[in-house]
Design a protein around this ligand. Structure first.
Ligand SMILES: [Zn+2]
Length: 720
């Protein structure tokens, strides 16, 4: 049995992946993969240094080793995908291997395609023994199996267009995680849209916009809007086609026929329509549709825009929001009350969300909508929402700014199991710059009420229902308090500045329960370094004690191979419940340590309650690069002032070009003093670095030294 929509089960899978990652570090297959990698690199080194006859003899064995290791990695990918990332050979190393070997070695790749999610129910229909979730990427180069080391995506369905970055072995790809972040993304959502410009048979010359203007509006401006709103998670890509004249009158609002005729015309014009997930029918003026400027399927792929009105970012951002699954942003007027059982409902009443009445601006989606899309609280890289379960003072950073700080507070409402206040701190930045006209919003916090189980439940709240009694000025400004009369929850923005807001929340009190801290390290695996190199691991510890507890002190410790040094910049962290703190561990291996993967054990232990402890194992990788040789030359032997000296640095290893090598060039002047330049070798193993001579450059002999991979060479040139 296979199906594509099982969000609740996906959550279970997410937890399984997370739990298995910690154990994956020591799997027997993982160890075997480490050994196979180290052995293969040793063979590579021997091969590079061998003469031509020896190379021929070694090649068969070298190729067999690579093929065997590939089988091991393929099997490891099924059980412990994290281990594959751990032992992956970087592209710049595999690139120097002979082609027959290289074809068995993994590649670090970026690929784009359509996601396919399948559930495999194992056993027999009357006795299910297990369920496995499979992910595939259908790209132009074929179908790739996807394997997530942690956090398989839970918010993406079959048909989503995604871009992935990971390590490919044969037709399988391992990714760090299914969630994304701005700096280390392994999976991003791409919304590919075909924008079809359509006019009508009674006015075939109506072409209110050029293709270039539409391209700019949809794929630059609206895409930038999505990028900013999603914290770099989602963007739009695609094509503009047309104008196409459809056999429908401009007074007839038959959107289904307009759609099918526009699609046929685009197909006839040679567009491959299967490569898009969204279709925008941008119509010239249609008076039959004058009741609306836009229409879209919720969670589907069709958008109609009525060209009777101007096109703008909010039109596409709003309609694409529907395609992404969002409903409108409402208000309920409760007279002198903030909330009420029944009030005057306005479907589009919220002017602070593009899913509401935002005709003159294109505000950010509210925090509830962003949570629904996974743009907030969506995984390791997306900014979090703080769910408040205890009294305290909570910090919010400006809602529009790309950082990893909490962007909203989520507070359970009185007498409810699933309705929350969402509290945002909005500032006049980016697409929210129109807020500079709303001093209450700038100087306070904005509230929405919504239920995560109901997509159509976003309500903007007016926290000053009597003065001013308008949803245009809804904020609770610094120093004011809101008290939920039913439960006595009190929310007070105690201070706001351009960089953040402090919001005090008072709930009932509770009892203190100690818990194991959470511990994270970054990176979990070091770069490939030479023996003797210091490597920093940033360690984050979170106090998970219940809110009623006092501060706890967590002692930090490390477990390293014998003879290694580990130095902490702080040996303990004192934290309040819910608070996180950081310390740095600098690990140095003894010089001469053999190449390989070494475990760095890190633990945090509650000093007053040592049974409350957590640990993890990070990896320190030692790899000695294959020996390189360097040659340096200039494009002329002599120059005069004002000319440019093109310095070529060629890096080879065993006669083969080394691409991607970092090259440093020092030019020493005859009068003393030197300039340092840098470059990277191309696929031919050569980096060309330009040194511009000053018009009045000193005359005489210049010494030029190029270095890469701990090898160097020099040459000279004259300035006359
Ligand atoms: Zn709408």
């Amino acid at each position: 049995m296979s199906t594509t929509r099982k969000p609740s089960l996906s959550v279970v899978v997410f937890l399984c992946f997370t739990a298995s990652l910690a154990l994956a570090q020591h799997s027997a297959k993982g160890k075997a993969a480490e050994t196979a990698t180290t052995t293969l690199l040793q063979m590579h080194s021997s091969y590079q240094q061998a003469n031509a006859t020896q190379k021929q003899q070694l090649l068969t064995q070298f190729t067999a080793m690579a093929a065997q290791r590939q089988q091991l990695l393929l099997s490891l990918m099924q059980s412990n995908p994290g281990d594959v990332l751990r032992v992956a050979i970087p592209n710049n190393v595999s690139h120097t291997m002979p082609p027959t070997v290289k074809k068995y070695v993994e590649q670090s790749v970026t690929a784009q395609g359509v996601l396919e999610v399948l559930y495999e129910m194992q056993g027999t229909p009357d006795k299910t023994t297990g369920a496995v979730l499979h992910h595939f990427l259908n790209s132009s180069t074929g179908r790739l199996g996807l394997h997530f080391a942690a956090s398989a995506p839970t918010h993406l369905l079959t048909g989503s267009v995604v871009r992935v970055h990971g390590v490919q072995v044969s037709n399988e790809l391992t990714l760090a995680s299914g969630s994304s972040s701005s700096n280390n993304t392994s999976l991003q959502t791409v919304s590919a849209a075909a924008t079809l410009m359509v006019n009508f048979q009674d006015n075939p010359s109506a072409q209110p916009w050029t293709a270039a203007a539409v391209q700019n509006m949809v794929f630059t401006q609206t895409s930038n809007w999505d990028m900013e709103n999603s914290f770099q998670h989602t963007w739009l890509t695609g094509d503009v086609a047309g104008w196409f004249t459809v056999p429908v009158a401009s007074t007839n609002c038959d959107t289904a026929t307009i759609k099918s005729k526009a699609l046929s015309a685009a197909q006839a014009a040679g567009y491959n329509l299967s490569s898009y997930s969204h279709y925008i029918y941008l119509m010239s003026s249609n008076t039959g549709c004058s009741a609306w400027w836009g229409l879209a399927t919720i969670g589907g792929g069709d958008v109609w825009v009525n060209g009777q009105y101007n096109i703008a970012v909010h039109v596409f951002a709003h309609e694409m929001g529907h395609n992404f699954g969002l409903y409108h942003a409402h208000t309920v007027d409760c007279g002198t009350q903030v909330m009420c059982a029944s009030g005057n409902f306005s479907d589009y009443g919220d002017g602070f969300d593009t899913m509401g009445a935002s005709s003159y601006s294109s505000p950010h989606y509210d925090a509830f909508h962003k949570e629904q899309l996974g743009w907030l609280n969506g995984g390791s890289g997306q900014p979090p929402i703080t769910t408040v379960t205890a009294s305290g003072t909570y910090q919010l950073s400006p809602y529009e700014v790309q950082d990893s700080n909490p962007k909203a507070l989520k507070i359970l409402q009185a007498g409810s199991t699933n309705s929350y206040y969402y509290v945002e701190f909005r500032q006049a930045q980016g697409f929210d710059s129109f807020l500079s006209n709303y001093s209450d919003v700038m100087g306070g916090v904005v509230f929405h009420s919504a239920s995560p189980s109901n997509s159509n439940s976003s309500d903007l709240l007016d926290l000053t229902p009597t003065s001013p009694a308008t949803f245009s000025h809804p904020a609770l400004v610094a120093g004011q308090s809101y008290t939920d009369a039913t439960t006595g929850i009190t929310i007070t923005p105690v201070s706001v500045s351009s960089t953040g807001a402090s919001v005090q929340v008072t709930l009932g009190s509770g009892t203190c329960t100690l818990a194991n801290p959470s511990i994270n390290a970054s990176p979990m695996q070091s770069q490939w370094v030479l023996a003797g190199s210091p490597v920093n691991f940033a360690v984050t510890v979170t106090d998970n004690d219940s809110p009623a507890c006092v501060q706890s002190t967590f002692n930090l410790s490390d477990t390293l191979p014998s003879g290694w040094s580990g130095v902490w910049n702080a040996t303990a962290l004192t934290l309040s419940p819910g608070q996180s703190g950081q310390a740095t561990l600098t690990v140095t291996s003894p010089t001469g340590t053999a190449d390989g993967f070494y475990n760095v054990g890190i633990a945090a232990t509650n000093a007053a309650s040592p049974s409350n402890t957590s640990s993890l194992t990070a990896t320190y990788v030692i790899s000695t690069p294959v020996p390189a040789s360097v040659a340096v030359s200039t494009n002329q032997p002599t120059y005069s002032g004002g000319q440019t000296v093109a310095i070529s640095v060629s890096v080879t290893s065993g006669g083969n070009p080394v691409s991607g090598a970092a090259v440093s060039v020092v030019v020493a002047k005859p009068t003393g003093g030197a300039s340092t330049l840098s470059g990277t070798t191309g696929s031919n193993g050569v980096a060309v670095v330009n040194y511009r001579l000053n018009r009045k450059a000193a005359k005489g002999m210049y010494q030029t030294t190029g270095s890469a991979n701990s090898a160097s060479a020099s040459t000279t040139f004259m300035v006359q």
